[in-house]
Write a protein that binds this ligand. Structure first.
Ligand code: HEC
Length: 170
């Protein structure tokens, strides 16, 4: 009898621990949908096809990494009509909603976005090195999403060509 009571106590305390319903399976280190800034363990090794690009830890590092990319990366896509045309396609799919059709930051989503999307026609953007804009597209910004998964590497360069030719302030 005493044993049964003991077992009962064990069983009920277990049930009490599980209430409210345990979310253990939800709260784990795995990446959740729509989650940005995926940090990798420093010793993890990319398996294949992955761009080895470290995730900056703060805004200062974002700025530093952008400038560094501007100095180090060369645009492999020459500024041809085809390249600009391809860039326009990509821009309309991914960027127009926020940055707007002339790059002013007044796209349908852009108008409601906080902070407002950068005006891409300004000197601030237009005078950036290709690699710097490429870096922003690849990694996103402070509030801007990243596109390293959604846009092929070469298309990101076509996009840079489009931004720097067609969106320049007239
Ligand atoms: C969800 C809205 C959104 C989308 C989509 C978006 N951006 Fe942005 N973008 C922003 C915001 C907000 C900023 C300014 C704040 C920041 O850096 O995050 C910005 C900033 C920028 C900058 C300036 C970064 C700097 O040097 O300070 C560039 C260049 C840029 N975006 C290009 C693009 C391109 C190209 C695309 C398409 C692949 C794109 N953005 C898609 C919201 C967006």
């Amino acid at each position: 009898m005493r044993r049964i009571v003991f077992l009962l106590m064990l069983a009920t305390s277990g049930a009490a621990l599980a209430l409210p319903w345990s979310k253990d399976m939800v709260d784990q280190p795995s990446v959740k949908p729509q989650e940005t800034l995926v940090r990798e363990a420093p010793d993890s090794v990319p398996k294949s096809g992955k761009e080895a690009m470290p995730v900056p830890s703060d805004v200062a590092e974002v700025v530093r990494s952008r400038l560094q990319a501007g100095q180090q990366l060369n645009n492999p896509a020459s500024m041809t009509a085809e390249s600009i045309e391809r860039g326009k396609e990509i821009y309309e799919i991914h960027c127009l909603v926020c940055h707007g059709d002339t790059g002013k930051g007044d796209g349908a989503v852009g108008k409601k976005f906080v902070p407002p999307p950068m005006d891409l026609s300004t000197d601030y953007v237009q005078l950036q090195a290709d690699g710097q804009i490429y870096y922003t597209i690849t990694h996103g910004g402070v509030a801007m999403p990243f596109y390293r998964d959604a846009i092929e590497e070469i298309d990101r360069w076509h996009l840079v060509n489009y931004v720097k030719s067609e969106l320049k302030a007239q």
